[in-house]
Write a protein that binds this ligand. Sequence first.
Ligand SMILES: CNc1ncnc2c1ncn2[C@@H]1O[C@H](COP(=O)(O)O)[C@@H](O)[C@H]1O
Ligand SMILES: [Zn+2]
Length: 317
Amino acid sequence: MDNEAVFYQDLPKVLHAHLNGSVSFQTIEKLISRKPQLNIEHSMTAIGKGQRRTLDECFEVFKVIHKLVDTEEDILMVASDVIKEFAADGVKYLELRSTPREEKDTGKDVIEPNIHSACKNEGVDIDVRFLVTVKLAEDFMLSGDPTVGHGKYLLPALEKAKNCGLKLSLHLSEVPSQLEESDLLLNLPPDRIGHGTFLHPEVGGSQSLVDKVVKNSIPLELCLTSNVKGQTVPCYSKHHFNYWYQLGHPSVICTDDKGVFCTDLSQEYQLAASTFGLSNEDIWKLSQQAIDCIFAPEDVKQQLKQKWKELHPQVFK
Ligand SMILES: CNc1ncnc2c1ncn2[C@@H]1O[C@H](COP(=O)(O)O)[C@@H](O)[C@H]1O
Ligand SMILES: [Zn+2]
């Protein structure tokens, strides 16, 4: 590895990611050999370098992965591999999200206790939390013709969740023309926003959406490669990272689906730096500020900040 790559690898990082979208080539290999009768090939589970898909096509890829990951044993292997891979990539705190599937015991109850013991036994230096993805929200966000009626239907459930003290991260404005829906949901307000690709006026959003995000200081989860490969953003230099970075708004660089999009968090930071001319110190600051955006309680944030302090001399050696 050259010095530049070592810097990004050593850089401590935090993020959110989707469990089944994060499955690596190696893990897919193991899953394929467990289920040869499915006739699934690698080309069906990942989007390689230079390749592009529509967002709908990306969702077809997830369906293929879901066929491969359909027992408790599969899920535990996948979760354990994914966590080790993130840890090896320098991720110190991970919010791994997954969608419980009705027919399968794939929920938080199954995964979380197992993973905590696995992390302890293997001595990996990473703190992992599970977020439950609410599928209803995704159907709503991604359906081609969302109406305000949908939003009204969804809002009470989200309000209730928030009132119970749950933290909410919403995929918002990931696709264009969702102004009304985004506006409605921003009133909650969510604790974090996934993507927010089409919030600002330059891309068909609006200043009032931006103002709401800024006023409530809602951090954005930004996923460069995911958006470029999923074609919601035309190229890296047009990614909305820059818009929000120039505003000084809190943003967290994330992978979204490191397996499907063939990336890792080091690479995403490196892409942000090379595309927008950020220095290593700028990148360090970004990774540090991300700590304030995580869903863990204050004491965990303080511990992570302490870790960053200790690691700084090593990373800038
Ligand atoms: C590309 N941008 C995206 N936008 C919206 N939802 C996404 C996503 N990437 C992944 N997911 C959601 O995560 C699931 C896979 O992991 P889990 O089975 O939950 O662990 C996908 O099926 C989709 O629902
Ligand atoms: Zn996501």
